[in-house]
Design a protein around this ligand. Structure first.
Ligand SMILES: *Cc1c(COP(=O)(O)O)cnc(C)c1O
Length: 360
C-alpha cells in the first residue's frame, strides 16, 4: 500500500513497531514522565510561550475543535468563523449547536481570506475568531499574518485549527498571538487516528479555568489539572500516545519542526513540478497552497472519483477523494506521513500508465 491521503497517513518504522507492542497500564510514573515529555515537545514545537499548556484528548480532531470552542467561548461572545470548506463548516455547526453568536466569512472557492473580507468586521465588537489554518478539504492555506493582525487590532481571541498544517507550514503561536491551536495524531504527526492535541497560551489556560461548559468528557479543566502530573482524567489512547512520543522525539532528533516543514515542503514542490513536467491533465484548484496537500482537478473530463478508484483498485495507491459536490471534479494528493520522492515517482508512473491505457 502507498498512501497519499491526508490522514491516516503512512507511519515510520519506529511508530509502527510500538503499535505491535502490548499496551501498558498507564497510571504509572513511567507513563506520566512520557506524557510530560509529550507536553514539553508540543509546547516547544508550537512556540507556545510562557505559562502555555498542551492537553492530549482521546478523540479525533473534531473532539478538540468542539472542546476548544466550548471551553473558550460562551453565549456572551461574538465569534467570526471562516467557513471556506467542510472543516470551516464544522466550526459553524459547533457554534450553532451551542448557540454561540457568530458570523461566517465565506471566501471565494479555492481562495484565501483577504483584507477586504475582514474589513466589514473591523471595530464591530467581535470577541472570537475561528479558522482552520489549512482548509484541508480544498487545500487552501489562510494568511495567518493577516488574520493575526486583524485579531490583535481588535482584541479578538484567536483559535486556530492547525490539524493539517502543523509540521507542514510555518507556525508560531506567540508571534501570531494565537491563543489556542489544535492538531491531530493522524495528519503530519503520522500516527494512528484517535488522539488530538490542544495547545493553550497562558491567557487561554486562564480563560478555560474561568469557564464552565456543560460537558464532562470535553471539560479542559480536568485535562489541565491531571496533565500537571502527566495524567489524563479518563483512560486515554495509551498506545497512540506512546507512538506520538516516539514520533515527536524522531522529529526533534532530525532537526526539529523547521526541518520537518522543509522536508514536507520539498515533497510538495517535487510532486507539483513532476505533474507539470509530465504534462498530466490536472490543474491545481487552490490559489493559496499549503505544503500538506495538493488539490487537483482533471482538465480532460475524467471523473476525479474514478481516478481515486482506479488507483486504489488497480495500483494499490491511495489518493484522497473529495465528497459532495466536488466528488467528480477534485481529488487531493497529500504530502504528509512517511513518504519519499521515490514514492511520488511511483504515483506519477501510475498516472502515466493510466493515461496510456485510456483511463486518464
Ligand atoms: C483532519 C482535519 C480535522 C479533523 O477531523 P477528524 O476526522 O475529526 O480527525 C479538522 N480540521 C482539519 C483542518 C483537518 O484537516
Amino acid at each position: 500500500m502507498l498512501n497519499f491521503t491526508v490522514g491516516p497517513v503512512m507511519s515510520s518504522e519506529a511508530v509502527r513497531a510500538i503499535g505491535a507492542e502490548q499496551v501498558p497500564y498507564f497510571r504509572t510514573s513511567e507513563f506520566s514522565e512520557l506524557m510530560l515529555e509529550n507536553e514539553r515537545m508540543m509546547l516547544a514545537f508550537t512556540k507556545a510561550g510562557k505559562n502555555a499548556r498542551a492537553v492530549f484528548m482521546t478523540g479525533s480532531g473534531t473532539a478538540s475543535m468542539e472542546a476548544a470552542v466550548i471551553n473558550c467561548f460562551t453565549k456572551e461572545d461574538r465569534v467570526l468563523v471562516v467557513d471556506g470548506g467542510s472543516f470551516g463548516h464544522r466550526f459553524v455547526e459547533i457554534l450553532e449547536i451551542y448557540e454561540i453568536p457568530h458570523t461566517a466569512i465565506k471566501p471565494a472557492f479555492g481562495c484565501g481570506v483577504t483584507a477586504e473580507d475582514l474589513a466589514p468586521y473591523e471595530g464591530k465588537g467581535y470577541t472570537g475568531f475561528l479558522v482552520n489554518l489549512d482548509e484541508t478539504s480544498i487545500g487552501v492555506l489562510y494568511d495567518i499574518e493577516l488574520i493575526s493582525d486583524f485579531c490583535r487590532r481588535n482584541g479578538i481571541f484567536l483559535i486556530v485549527d492547525s490539524i493539517s498544517s502543523f509540521l507542514c507550514d510555518p507556525f508560531d503561536m506567540e508571534k501570531y498571538g494565537v491563543q489556542v491551536m489544535i492538531t491531530g495524531s493522524q495528519k503530519a504527526l503520522a500516527c494512528p487516528p484517535g488522539v488530538s492535541i490542544i495547545v493553550l497560551s497562558g491567557e487561554a489556560v486562564e480563560r478555560v479555568y474561568s469557564n464552565h461548559p456543560k460537558t464532562v468528557y470535553l471539560d479542559l479543566k480536568s485535562a489541565l489539572t491531571n496533565g500537571e502530573r502527566g495524567q489524563t482524567p479518563f483512560t486515554c489512547a495509551v498506545g497512540i500516545l506512546r507512538q506520538i512520543h516516539a514520533r515527536l522525539a524522531e522529529i526533534q532528533e532530525a532537526g526539529g519542526v523547521e526541518s520537518e516543514i522543509s522536508r514536507i515542503a520539498g515533497l510538495a514542490a517535487y510532486f507539483r513540478r513532476r505533474i507539470k513536467e509530465e504534462n498530466l491533465p490536472f490543474s491545481i484548484v487552490s490559489q493559496s497552497l499549503s505544503n500538506a496537500v495538493t488539490p487537483l482537478s482533471p482538465t480532460n473530463g475524467t471523473s476525479a472519483n474514478d481516478i481515486f478508484l482506479t488507483l486504489k483498485d488497480e495500483y494499490g495507491i491511495w489518493i484522497c477523494p473529495n465528497g459532495g459536490a466536488l466528488k467528480d471534479t477534485v481529488f487531493r494528493v497529500g504530502h504528509i506521513g512517511a513518504l519519499t520522492e521515490a514514492d511520488y515517482d511511483t504515483l506519477i508512473a501510475a498516472f502515466l500508465d493510466m493515461a496510456a491505457k485510456g483511463k486518464l
